[in-house]
Design a protein around this ligand. Structure first.
Ligand code: BDR
Ligand code: CA
Length: 317
């Protein structure tokens, strides 16, 4: 684990796994969260923004500025996920979603990037609409971003939205293609290393009985049920927290430089597919590091420990 504090901006569409990603980082002394922007995705923009506020409350981190971003993809109609339920964070008692101011995230991100003492890291956990808009409007800011960590895509495994496409990329393929083609250090965490990793029933039962642990247990009961129904997988999928863990402990990951593009022209079977150049003798424009493997045991332990620490801290307050 590196000892230097990492400044990060989180772009997210909570989402059970987004919520767990935020909780993993929220109290970590090695991470400074400069702000959070929301994007439509797992549910509508007002809902995911409401959910983000709920999660920041739960984490005692209402000091982190929260901004609403894009409410729809660049060119397409929006779609929402099914595994997170109607609210985007089913299983817990959320108050009604209030209307939010759309697109305020962009100017907040610009200010944060400009004012940061050192280049910051962006952790993108939802459709890439906000990020694509940001770099299109302000290409000059690219050099002030140290790394973009993206949860998205499926390289050599089936998709989770259609046969080949992963949800975040499927939601806004044009935005993903813009971001993939932006010259900036990037790490992609696709489905490949994520899908085999779940929080088991036993892991979930081992969560503490404090406010955070209990809330999470309720939320995960709904998430696990939906994952079983819609994906035929048993356990809580941990896509976004795995991406967040990359920030904390890159040594727990294996990566490979790749040339990855997005299929934006297909209206059919390959819509939203992420395609890596995998031919051995082909020319490549390596545009990102792609995670091929994560140390599952270290990740799960780190996640459970973070939740235990958070509840222990709450008890001592
Ligand atoms: C991604 O899609 C969303 O449902 C999750 O939050 C994650 O970011 C996985 O495909
Ligand atoms: Ca997400």
């Amino acid at each position: 684990m590196t000892n230097k504090k990492t400044s990060v901006w989180i772009d997210t569409d909570p989402g059970h796994d987004d919520a767990m990603a935020i909780l993993l980082l929220a109290q970590n002394p090695l991470v400074e969260i400069l702000g959070i922007s929301t994007v439509f995705g797992n549910a509508s923009l007002p809902k995911v923004t409401r959910n983000a506020r709920y999660i920041l409350d739960l984490a005692n981190r209402n000091d982190i500025p929260l901004f609403a971003g894009a409410e729809q993809p660049l060119f397409r109609d929006q779609i929402y996920a099914n595994i997170h339920g109607e609210s985007g964070f089913d299983g817990v008692a959320l108050i009604e979603a209030t209307p939010v101011t759309v697109d305020e995230a962009q100017s907040a991100m610009i200010t944060a990037i400009k004012n940061a003492n050192a280049p910051l890291t962006i952790l993108a956990l939802g459709p890439l609409t906000n990020i694509a808009k940001l770099f299109t409007a302000r290409p000059d800011l690219v050099k002030r971003v140290q790394r973009l960590i993206i949860m998205g895509g499926a390289i050599a495994v089936p998709g989770n939205k259609n046969r080949v496409a992963e949800f975040n990329v499927f939601c806004d393929p044009e935005a993903a293609e813009i971001v993939f083609n932006t010259i900036i250090p990037k790490t992609l965490i696709p489905l490949d290393p994520c899908t085999p990793v779940v929080l088991t029933d036993q892991n979930i039962a081992s969560l503490p009985n404090g406010t955070v642990g209990t809330t999470l247990k309720r939320a995960l009961a709904s998430y696990v049920k939906n994952i079983d129904t819609f994906e035929g997988i048993h356990g809580a999928l941990m896509y976004d927290p795995i991406a967040a863990y990359f920030l904390l402990n890159p040594s727990a990951f294996e990566t490979q430089p790749m040339d990855v593009r997005v299929e934006t022209t297909s209206k059919g079977l390959t819509y939203g597919m992420t395609i890596a150049e995998r031919r051995t003798i082909a020319e490549r424009t390596l545009n990102m590091d792609v995670v091929t493997k994560v140390d599952e045991k270290r990740f799960v332990l780190a996640f459970l420990e973070a939740i235990h620490n958070m509840d222990a801290q709450k008890r001592s307050m």
